[in-house]
Structure formats: structure tokens, C-alpha cells
Design a protein around this ligand. Sequence first.
Ligand SMILES: [Zn+2]
Length: 183
Amino acid sequence: MHDAVKHYPGEGYCIQCPECENYHLAPELLDFEEAIETAGVEMQPSTARQYESFGVLGQGGRWDMDTDEGLFVFTLADGRKSGAAFSQVGSWIQTTSSWMWGWAMPETHITPKTRRAPDLARALGKERDWPVLTSQLLMVGEREAWHLTRLSASLAGHALVYRAPVNEKATVYFAIDALKWLN
Ligand SMILES: [Zn+2]
């Protein structure tokens, strides 16, 4: 019925089919695309303001997450720290274009607290019948990964999005509340 997608075609969203387990190109849904666009208009300037105010992209800094406490911390090269509550929206592997939603991550990696944004995305997906938000495994590009992250961040009222490598293969996409100085 649908062609199996073996390699990510470079744009769009591929969803793993619950019936045949192949990936298929997700249907293009106008209302879904509009929601993605609206979230981008909200989250891009909000993220830029937070990065600017808290020096997030400066040289020599580092990031840490405390999953149990649900606290994400940026440490600047000069030792100043900022932080806030966060969600892990999903993980993405560039070599295979694989996306796994945070709500599908094992409990060793995510808690109900840090799953808030992807949980809201999944709930919206169920309500609106948007399979991209309800399929635990997708194939997406970098741009789509940001789109999913911004949409989830917006639903949960987070102020910025951020991504960071967590091992040699995977990058995690985060959504973080408005930062506060911690020291
Ligand atoms: Zn199928």
C-alpha cells in the first residue's frame, strides 16, 4: 500500500509503521504544518533571547542535567551557572536520521518530570490524529528534529530549546524553562 522508505529522503517525516515495521512517509497535514510554524515563530526568538542573556553559546562552557531533580544547568567559562527545569524531547542519530520521542525512552533515562514536553506532544497527536507525534520511532532530518522540539517546547511553556551530544552517536534535543542565575 505504501512504499517502504529505506533511507531518509532528506526532508519530511517518516514514521515506523505499526503493521509492517517499515518506515513510510507521513502524510502531509496542513494543520500539523501550521502548528509547527506557529511554534517556530514563538520559540526561535525566545530561545535567541535566552542564549543571549545567559551566554549559552559562549566558548568553554559546559552543560549538565540532573534528571532526578529535573534541572538543566549551563556553566560558563567564568564559572557562572544558570539553570532551569527541562524536558528531554527526543534523541536523534545523524547517521541513520533516527528520532526517538522522549516518551519512548527507558525510565533509566527519563522521568515523568523530564518527559513533560514530549508527553504533551503525544497527547496532542492523539487528539488531532497526527501520527508524527504518536509514533515512537521516526526518521527525520535535523530541521525536522528542531521542529518537533520547538512544538513540544511551546506546548509545555518552555522558554528555549537546546541540543547536545550524549554519546558518540546520539544527540538529545532539550526544551528548557526560562533560565535563572544559580550563583
Ligand atoms: Zn506498513
